[in-house]
Design a protein around this ligand. Structure first.
Ligand SMILES: Cc1ncc(COP(=O)(O)O)c(C=O)c1O
Length: 395
């Protein structure tokens, strides 16, 4: 008898970044000299104090379930740390600990959306947003920025009809563009939001990786009056080189946190107890976080300097995160623009063993995303390979 899965089985696709990462890793396993710039994870190790705390937690035992929303002591630390950072009072009841920022988003969208609701999402977007929205039988309203810089304005939201949305997702610094919203830009967006009733999910998972003088501006700091409609999405994955530990933090109204917690109690329960206990010392490791951010900044500078001289390539210097989003339309055959970035990504992998991600799943065809979470010599070699592959690409 034919196996009949539900509708979601057909709708949901592999994360394209993980797919390409998988291909690159297969080649690596065969001993091929692949440079893998696909995946968004720091190549640093987790700070020593956090690893030591994990050892201690393991040795001391007592690692049964915790409360679904997280260890009370961790929720308290997160509340205190972000109260200082966001400039608003935050109680532990306004915090949830989930399996990465990804689960925070999924929990939040699940409790906010009804079937058929719409979610406004700026283009380009992280690939998981449309996937989660689709899984919840909601619809995405793509909001295309009208100005160069990959940042949306109130006018863009208005033009896209975002006013009818149930939620807006903002992401600063952005994956895949590396764009970082300034205070003035966020203030303008907040002004627009005040005229609407939608929830704002602000994904600030890259908050510590910002290379502008102004630095990261949390949405909450410019719109504390909207706090009951703001869900701040963050965590330890990127800043603390802890992607595999799966520690995400959600900060929101207590009622929303309560609903997210109930949902989580029936899906994954608490985050791994050892990882939570180790995370209690994370905020003591700010020196390490700053050192890693400084390294990402100089890597960005190295990559940007080399890529800027490749003919046919255009890009904006990313202000945050660890991605460079390059417009490759100058390299793609204008007679067949469709699928150009996939063809180029394939050519890069096959001819030069350089793995990058096509922009199409991020909503920007004819672009490629390169992650610069790799050492400077590797990035220089990657740029050299890119230059050679670009010269031999048939379009
Ligand atoms: C914009 C954005 N948000 C959230 C996440 C998920 O982070 P986590 O690993 O904590 O689930 C990522 C990871 O790639 C990301 O790029």
């Amino acid at each position: 008898m034919e196996m009949r899965l539900g509708w979601l089985a057909d709708v949901i696709d592999d994360s394209p970044t993980l797919k390409l990462d998988g291909q690159a890793k297969q080649l690596l396993a065969r001993g091929e000299p692949v440079i893998n710039l696909t995946v968004g994870e720091p190549d640093f190790d987790t700070p020593l104090r956090i690893r030591e705390a994990a050892h201690r937690a393991l040795d001391e035992g007592g690692n049964g379930y915790t409360a679904s929303a997280g260890l009370p002591a961790l929720r308290r630390k997160v509340a205190d740390y972000y109260a200082a950072r966001l400039g608003v009072a935050i109680s532990p009841g306004e915090v949830i600990v989930s399996n990465g920022a990804k689960q925070i988003l999924y929990n939040a969208l699940s409790i906010l959306l009804n079937q058929g609701d719409e979610v406004a999402v700026p283009v380009p977007y992280w690939v998981t947003y449309p996937a989660q929205i689709a899984a919840l039988r909601a619809r995405m309203i793509p909001v295309v920025p009208s100005r160069p810089g990959w940042k949306i304005t109130p006018e863009d939201l208005e033009r896209a009809g975002a006013g009818r949305a149930k939620a807006l997702i903002l992401n600063t610094p952005s994956n895949p563009s590396g764009a970082v919203y300034t205070r003035a830009e966020l203030e303008a967006l907040a002004e627009y939001c005040r005229k609407t009733s939608f929830f704002i999910l602000t994904d600030e998972i890259y908050e510590d990786l910002v290379y502008t003088d102004e630095g990261h501006i949390p949405l909450m700091t410019v719109a504390p009056d909207l706090r009951h409609r703001i869900v701040t999405v963050t965590g330890l994955s990127k800043s603390y080189a802890m992607t595999g530990w799966r520690i995400g933090f959600g900060i929101a109204d207590e009622k929303a946190i309560g609903a997210m917690t109930r949902l989580q109690s029936h899906s994954t329960s608490n985050v791994n107890t050892i990882a939570q206990k180790a995370s209690l010392v994370a905020f003591d490791c700010r020196d390490e976080v700053e050192a890693m951010a400084a390294a990402f900044r100089s890597r960005r500078d190295a990559l940007v300097a080399d890529m800027a001289t490749i003919p046919g390539l255009r890009f904006l210097v990313p202000d945050g995160a660890f991605y460079l989003l390059a417009d490759v339309s100058g390299l793609v055959d204008p007679e067949r623009p469709v699928g150009g970035c996939w063809r180029l990504a394939e050519h890069l992998l096959q001819s030069e063993m350089l793995a990058v991600v096509p922009g199409e799943p991020f909503g920007v065809p004819n672009h490629l995303r390169l992650s610069y979470a790799a050492g400077e010599p590797t990035l220089r070699e990657a740029a050299a390979r890119f230059r050679r592959a670009a010269a031999t690409f048939g379009g």
